[in-house]
Ligand binder design. Structure first.
Ligand code: NAD
Ligand code: IPM
Ligand code: MN
Length: 351
């Protein structure tokens, strides 16, 4: 049997509560589909930072390099500034391993009562393709004159021809394999250097993908349409920051940000890719055993897909659909009373 070597980084808060459910599901599938998974766990977290002064060891990235995939819970916790914890762990992994595609699918499942009137189950099936390596998340900039009345902060956004072109090509190709529709999130009416450049490059790549119908929407109007007409979207390509915001919004439309998965992909497969729920460490509910594990479980399905196990991945997404359609077992964020463990057991039963 093939063994897949997985790096597990539970991280902080509910990150550590949603990874065991994902492993529970993965282990069932390994037995059924004839593969095994071996896990190496890393305690890299805010706790480690407070203890040792760093989120991960100096050779942390090297320790992950030979793994087939990375499964991560969430990073960040009160007590350590977010820019310190995230730029000390999550962002360096995405960048060192050139995971420039952040794939964030969302669906309104049968049995989910969306807070959005028009979001009927079955109608909403969106993939946000988020640029994951550049754009607004740049290290260029700084702070000056701190503590004076002349104080200022500057943060540059960096968009490269290569970076926009490759995310556009990924998104157009994905759209061609789905319903053939792509929407580009822009703001070229307000952001006058980078966003017109983004628009030009998207249009340039569109010409190479004639099978896909595409349009562009300003991010403000697009946010409104995600709420008012979510069923009209198929693939949405967005810059790093816009994609970040749209993915939480889309998840909320689908019922809860606890559901949404993410795949940080290195499409060339030179380095491991990383799979993690879209949500964060949720300090407000951490330690209570009530977090929704679906985002992590769905992320594990995306990991199996990436590892060349599409049938096993489909078993997971089918079980997610079943548990929501056929039972009323739900965690609190979806209006139920089940604990993380109870919900995971119910889903595992349906596998
Ligand atoms: P969050 O996603 O952690 O929480 C937002 C809200 O959603 C909270 O009310 C939380 O209880 C709820 N929620 C989130 N996931 C849930 C789940 N699985 N089940 C039920 N409810 C859930 O976002 P935040 O509050 O902005 O961030 C908290 C910390 O997490 C910060 O340090 C932030 O930087 C970090 N963060 C990390 C990641 C990551 O590691 N990928 C992602 C987002 C935020
Ligand atoms: C996400 C998170 C991260 C991001 C933060 C925690 C840096 O919000 O994965 O969506 O913005 O990429
Ligand atoms: Mn986010």
């Amino acid at each position: 049997t093939t063994n897949h070597r997985i790096a597990l980084i539970p991280g902080d808060g509910i990150g550590a509560e949603v990874l065991p459910p994902a492993q529970q599901v993965l282990d069932v599938l390994g037995r059924r589909h004839g593969f095994s998974l071996s896990y190496t766990s890393y305690d890299w977290s805010c706790e480690r930072y407070l203890r040792e002064g760093a989120m991960m060891p100096a050779d942390g990235i090297d320790q992950l390099r030979d793994k087939d995939a990375i499964l991560l819970g969430a990073v960040g916790y009160p007590g350590v500034p977010d820019h310190v914890s995230l730029w000390g762990l999550l962002i360096p992994i995405r960048r060192s391993f050139r995971q420039y595609v952040n794939l964030r699918p969302i669906r309104v499942f049968d049995g989910i009562d969306s807070p959005v009137r028009g979001a009927r189950p079955g109608d909403v099936d969106i993939v946000v393709v988020r640029e994951n390596g550049e754009g607004e998340y740049s290290e260029i900039g700084g702070r000056l004159n701190q503590g004076t009345s002349e104080e200022l902060a500057v943060q540059e956004a960096v968009f490269t021809r290569a970076g926009v072109t490759r995310i556009a090509d990924y998104a157009f190709s994905l759209a061609a394999r789905r319903r053939g529709k792509l929407t580009s999130a822009t703001k070229s009416n307000g952001i006058i250097h980078t966003m017109p450049f983004w628009d030009e490059l998207i249009a340039e790549r569109a010409a190479e993908h004639p099978g896909v119908t595409w349009d562009q929407e300003h991010i403000d109007a697009l946010a409104a349409k995600f709420v008012l007409e979510p069923a009209r979207f198929d693939v949405v390509v967005a810059s790093n920051l816009f994609g970040d915001i749209l993915s939480d919004l889309a998840a909320a439309v689908a019922g809860s940000i606890g559901i949404a998965p993410a795949a940080n992909l290195n499409p060339e497969r030179d380095f491991p890719s990383m799979f993690e729920p879209v949500h964060g460490s949720a300090p407000d509910i951490a330690g209570q055993g009530i977090a929704n594990p679906l985002g992590a479980i769905w992320s594990a399905a995306m990991m199996l897909d990436h590892l060349g196990r599409p049938a096993a991945a489909r078993d997971i997404t089918d079980a997610i659909a079943s548990v929501l359609a056929k039972t009323d077992t739900r965690t609190r964020d979806l209006g139920g009373t089940a604990t993380t463990a109870e919900f995971t057991d119910k889903l595992t039963e349906l596998l």
